[in-house]
Design a protein around this ligand. Structure first.
Ligand SMILES: O=P(O)(O)O[C@H]1O[C@H](CO)[C@@H](O)[C@H]1O
Ligand SMILES: [Mn+2]
Ligand SMILES: [Mn+2]
Length: 403
């Protein structure tokens, strides 16, 4: 029986979204943003030399058609990604009205978002008095810190010491539909942070805020503060059954790797493996060796986005891509006859772009195990329909199989 592996490289967009002008970083529309294309350009021009050097080298992904997909999506010919292509490749366009992780993943899993998300205004305070009071009540404190748009690493550097002194949680948001709570794992307590998010999540979801997110950190004012991998997202459930539900309903096993469990509120998921991207790659390798016949493995690698895209670190993003390419190349060689691996992304996060938020872009769709050639322009939801068709399970929703 065939097996399928769906691997999301978080934020690895390839430019060209037709509606990019309706999405913004600050006042600047996302028109022209191109995560992969601009990283390749910066590498070729010697502008990404920290911890790596020279043109972007992604032999495994380029061999599946990544360079060709960038050109198809955006017209840009990325340097360093040429060469023979042995995979099936295309570019996918999103229709959901959000450039965030749940929107992208749900649509890739067959269900475009049918509602408009609620975003918090970029003002201080960003939250209504009611919501700020509810957050303080959930924490058992007199008030909250932050109450603004912020980068998560900057706000813990700025408010970490005050947080430890006052005990008040740091609440912030971004251009995404999120309510994020940063708190110290020891002085505030990790379980207390989780309970606070759990208590607030239903209220936020009722307002169509996509996620409450626990952002725990450690450290001290003297040594500085670092976020840990104990992040937990409390997301609204998808509005309809998604790929994981379809596969499970057919009696097959579904393995989630990384944020997939959070993004789908564990719906349709049998096992979950979490950790750093390096640890997730080991889990994915184990599943390539061990996943059952007929199963789906659905993985997300978030560090491109969280460590490098939002931080606008071009060298770091290029290093992460080169690391990923080397590891995924080794996994591709271990796939069995009958296995399908689809590599894709959920949105862009161009590290050369002004601002610090995601960028609206098309994404690559690279398939291993189904021969060579182009898929052309496809829809996000076609990814789910194609995997369902490949596994021989019934699909729902607007997607059409491209295989
Ligand atoms: O700056 P940090 O805390 O990493 O925030 C980022 O993480 C959030 C959730 O993925 C996004 O909305 C983005 O703003
Ligand atoms: Mn994402
Ligand atoms: Mn992000």
């Amino acid at each position: 029986m065939p097996r399928a592996f769906l691997v999301v490289m978080d934020s690895v967009g390839i430019g060209g979204a037709p509606d990019a002008g309706r999405f913004f970083n600050g006042d600047l529309p996302d028109t022209g943003a191109n995560t992969l294309g601009h990283i390749a350009q910066a590498c070729a021009e010697g502008r990404a030399e920290e911890g790596r050097s020279g043109p972007l080298r992604l032999p495994a992904l380029a061999g599946l058609g990544l360079g060709a997909a960038v050109k198809l999506a955006s017209g840009l010919e990325p340097q360093g990604l040429a060469g023979p292509v042995t995979g099936r490749w295309g570019a996918a366009t999103e229709i959901s009205p959000g450039k965030d992780t749940p929107s992208g993943h749900w649509e890739l899993a067959g269900v475009p978002v049918p509602w408009d998300w609620t975003y918090f205004p970029d003002t201080v305070p960003a939250f209504s008095d009611d919501l700020a009071q509810a957050a303080a009540a959930a924490a058992g404190t007199e008030g909250i810190l932050g109450n603004c748009h912020a980068s998560g690493t900057e706000i813990i550097a700025r408010l970490g010491a005050e947080h430890m002194r006052s005990g008040w949680p740091i609440c912030y948001t971004s251009a995404d539909s999120v309510f994020q709570i940063a708190a110290h794992e020891e002085s505030f307590g990790l379980q207390r942070l989780y309970r606070m998010c759990e208590e607030l999540a239903p209220r936020l979801h009722a307002m169509k805020v996509g996620r409450a997110i626990a952002r725990p950190f450690v450290g001290s004012p003297e040594t500085g503060f670092t976020r840990t991998t104990n992040r937990h997202d409390y997301a609204i459930a998808p509005p309809a059954p998604v790929l994981t539900n379809w596969v499970q309903a057919a009696g097959r096993r579904v393995h989630a790797v990384g944020k997939i469990g959070d993004i789908f509120s564990m719906q349709g998921i049998d096992t979950l493996s979490k950790g750093s991207d390096a640890a997730l790659m080991d889990h994915l390798a184990r599943l390539v060796d061990e996943a059952e016949e007929g199963s789906l493995t659905f993985a997300n690698f978030v560090e491109f986005d969280s460590l490098y895209g939002h931080r606008r670190d071009i060298s770091g993003y290029a290093r992460a891509l080169e690391w990923f390419d080397a590891r995924i190349g080794a996994l591709l060689a271990r796939l069995r006859p009958g296995d399908l691996m689809v590599l894709t992304a959920d949105h862009g996060n161009d590290p050369s772009w002004p601002g610090g938020d995601h960028t609206r872009e098309r994404v690559p769709v690279l398939c291993a195990g189904v021969g060579a050639g182009t898929l052309g322009q496809v829809a996000f939801a076609d990814v789910a329909a194609s995997i369902a068709a490949y596994l021989g399970v019934a699909s729902q929703g607007p997607g059409r199989s491209f295989l």
